[in-house]
Design a protein around this ligand. Structure first.
Ligand SMILES: CC(=O)N[C@H]1[C@@H](O[C@@H]2[C@H](O)[C@H](O)[C@@H](O)[C@H](O)[C@H]2O)O[C@H](CO)[C@@H](O)[C@@H]1O
Ligand SMILES: [Zn+2]
Length: 286
């Protein structure tokens, strides 16, 4: 079987933060890895002072710059096939939930679901992914573009199935509560606490019980590519980011191991305490 996997993400940087090691892992294996990013990230922060005037309320050029950052990140991960949903600039970054950017006429949060899903079905028709990776219904942490990416990806898979070429397995990025627990302990006395005021994993708006996790992809041997892809997104992820400090505390494993729940399809053979699959294609290779 020629392996093909499709990742659907909301903004430039999500692919590296959430699935960078997994993408590098399968690209290195020679699988067809396709990334679809739904917006250009026009409403993002800018952590590079020299670029500050690109922001939405000034030159409004951040989207064009993040397109370049994403190109660099994909090169670092070894991912050659990257597309924007509906073409670059079709859907605008909607901003955080409840902000005025949610009202922009072209924002992704206001997109027509079937029209947006139709763009993704065309890509599925071409690449025929056996595996689809996106976010859960909360978009992992509740950002409107992440929630919409979930909705569009799941609708596209449903439409593709109706035409006989939908992905056999659909995964949602996840973080086991046991991993969050370990992180909380490591940072509870730190001024650089990425968990803010959280005193328990239940205070954190994401996290999945370990027995609900279906797959754990160990891309530790790809962790340097993930770090390089994060650095490519310098406007969003400053060198002082907690992502790097937590990696410093936990080492290569933090950057290299990524977790998923299985939203659709049959769980393949797994191992360890919870029988987690080590391969997202588990059970599919003929
Ligand atoms: C990882 C991710 O989805 N980033 C989004 C997010 O960025 C957040 C936003 O700028 C917020 O104002 C900050 O406080 C927070 O730290 C950022 O993570 O939302 C942006 C606007 O929609 C988006 O461009 C960015 O990619
Ligand atoms: Zn995002």
């Amino acid at each position: 079987m020629d392996r093909s996997i499709l990742f659907v993400h909301a903004h430039p940087d999500d692919e590296s933060i959430g699935t960078g090691a997994t993408m590098a892992h399968y690209a290195a294996q020679g699988a067809r890895v396709t990334l679809v990013t739904c917006t250009l990230g026009e409403e993002g922060e800018i952590h590079v002072p020299a670029l500050a005037q690109l922001e939405a309320s000034q030159a409004d050029q951040l989207g064009g710059y993040r397109l370049i950052e994403l190109d660099r990140a994909c090169a670092a991960l070894g991912v050659a096939d990257h597309r924007f949903l509906g073409g670059a600039g079709r859907y605008r970054d909607s901003g955080m939930m409840g902000t005025p950017a949610n009202e922009h006429p072209r924002c992704f949060w206001r997109a027509d679901l079937d029209e947006a899903a139709g763009h993704l079905v065309e890509i599925m028709r071409e690449t025929r992914p056996q595996v689809l990776v996106t976010y859960d219904a909360n978009g992992f942490y509740g950002h409107p573009d992440h929630i919409q990416s979930h909705r569009v990806a799941m609708r596209a898979a449903e439409l593709a199935r109706a035409e006989g070429f939908g992905p056999a397995k659909i995964y949602w990025g996840a973080m086991p509560k046991s991993v969050l627990e370990a992180g909380l302990d490591a940072f509870k006395d730190s001024s650089d606490n990425p968990f803010g005021e959280a005193t328990s994993v239940d205070d954190i708006p994401f996290g999945t019980p370990d027995d609900e996790i279906a797959a754990c992809v160990d891309g530790t041997d790809q962790h340097e590519k993930k770090v390089a892809s994060l650095h490519a997104h310098a406007t969003q992820i400053p060198d002082t980011s907690w992502l790097y400090s937590i990696a410093g505390n936990f080492g290569d494993e933090f950057m290299g191991v990524e977790y998923y729940t299985l939203a659709y399809g049959e769980r393949g053979p797994g191992d360890g305490a919870h029988g987690w699959e080590a391969d997202l294609f588990s059970g599919l290779d003929a």
